[in-house]
Design a binder for this molecule. Sequence first.
Ligand SMILES: [Zn+2]
Length: 169
Amino acid sequence: MMDTVATLKGLRCPQCGSEDLDAKGKAGSMGKEVAGAFFGGAIANLAMSSSASKNTETVPLAYVCRSCKHKFQSPPLAAPQEDVLSAPCTISFTRVSSFVGALAAQVVYLNGVNCGAVKNGATITLQTSNRWNTMFVTDQYGVAFKSVYRFEAVPGGTVAVRFKRKFVE
Ligand SMILES: [Zn+2]
């Protein structure tokens, strides 16, 4: 369990088997983790300093199948050994400063794992040991923004990601 690397690659709709899924965010409107990140910097800092690639404490997230519209919940899967990098890749995630919702918490998910809240205009650094990465961001209520960022990580590489209510170049 300690060495498990979370992944969303291979996650399938239990009804039709499609991998074409939309992340909806947390199950329920105001989950514990989001509330924690919302009220206390300490929890967010703790989450950020731990390796996001490790499957520490994960909760099921809600998904909708784009093929058959089936809604379901699932925790992330464990990445198969061939998808685990020999050295982690570093991700720099920047929440681009914005007037809209400036004070609201936004929570970054990497491969279905909560990586903590990011303040308006702030940058956090994450690491991934998974080759196939999926990132999405939820608002303060745990609802995912529609934009999803998928990328292939290389061992020892660096990836810069910018987000302004959607992933931007
Ligand atoms: Zn389906």
